[in-house]
Design a binder for this molecule. Structure first.
Ligand code: FMN
Length: 296
């Protein structure tokens, strides 16, 4: 993947499918972590890879609002030998270089994970002593990355405008080239089985779903306006706080679905299983069935 594409692909992921990561994938990520720059190339970091549901679960209570970590495929704790780094660089080593080295390694971890189709999140809000204790770490944990296969690609989070965060000292030379950010592609999911999964707080406007099993899944507060669905099993799924206006549904099994306050304005259903649908307390002015408009 090109750097610019990768840069805009990475985002913090806190919802995982549960798919396990292999040793090769984890070693690729660790290799990237260790390629990061570090003060005097001292490489103050130490990486502890935590896999296995039971091992990962031990961390949840020690991380602030850490319940979502339970579904991660792997967690990498980055720790620092405080004694050694202080010996080498004094207090500045422990108080600054160690954190800077770790942050550089963490960014490479998250970028490498995104590069191979996984995702993760930087965790800084955790109880250092308790994490150290439950994991039996030799050194002080400084940062934690929780990694896994994303259930969906959340929208890129906003950044402050450049003029708010950048000052120039001196004038650079001008050129004609424009290095623009790549256009954000709509989220795509195909040939995937995610029955009984939970999805919350996502912006998936314009998303494309093809051959996906979402039977019994629970969706809450999701923007799916303008989405396209083909060959989807949604039977038994429940939807709350959804925007689904302007969507196209083709060959979608929606039997026994429950919708709370959905917005389906302008949506089209073709070859779908929509038998025994109950519509209550909804604003509907007309429905067109096989070309015949029914005013309500
Ligand atoms: C130093 C640092 C500490 C962070 N700590 C946490 C954390 O404890 N829990 C969490 O869910 N996210 C944490 N994050 C992730 C940020 O919330 C996230 O990077 C930010 O909202 C921007 O979103 P993005 O990564 O999708 O661009 C942390 C990020 C950094 C760099």
């Amino acid at each position: 993947m090109e750097f610019k594409e990768l840069l805009y692909k990475r985002r913090s992921i806190r919802s995982f499918t549960g798919e396990k990561m292999t040793r090769t994938q984890l070693e690729y990520i660790l290799e990237a972590a260790a390629r990061a720059p570090s003060a005097c190339n001292y490489q103050s970091w130490h990486f502890t890879v935590i896999v296995g549901d039971e091992n990962i679960a031990k961390l949840c209570p020690e991380v602030y609002r850490g319940e979502w970590i339970r579904n991660a495929s792997a967690v990498i704790a980055v720790s620092v030998d405080d004694e050694k780094i202080t010996e080498r660089f004094g207090d500045r080593g422990r108080d600054l270089f160690a954190l800077q080295d770790t942050a550089c390694a963490m960014n490479n971890i998250l970028m490498a994970a995104a590069d191979i189709g996984f995702g993760g999140c930087f965790i800084g809000a955790f109880d250092e002593d308790k994490c150290r204790e439950v994991l039996g770490l030799k050194y002080r944990p400084v940062a934690i990355a929780a990694l896994g296969r994303p259930t969906a690609e959340p929208a890129l989070r906003e950044r402050k405008p450049m003029n708010e965060v950048v000052d120039w000292i001196g004038e650079p030379i001008e050129d004609e080239n424009d290095i623009a950010a790549p256009e954000e592609k709509p989220f795509e999911l195909s040939d995937t089985r995610l029955p009984e999964s939970r999805f919350t707080n996502l912006d998936l406007g314009g998303a494309v779903f093809n051959d996906v099993n979402l039977g019994g899944a629970k969706f809450n507060n999701i923007n799916l306006s303008g989405a396209e669905y083909t060959d989807i099993n949604m039977s038994g799924a429940s939807f709350g706080g959804m925007t689904m206006a302007g969507s196209t549904f083709g060959c979608v099994d929606m039997r026994e679905c429950e919708f709370r306050n959905p917005d389906f304005t302008g949506s089209v259903f073709r070859n779908c299983k929509l038998k025994n649908i109950a519509i209550e307390d909804c604003e509907i002015d007309s429905i067109t069935v096989d070309g015949k408009r029914i005013e309500l």
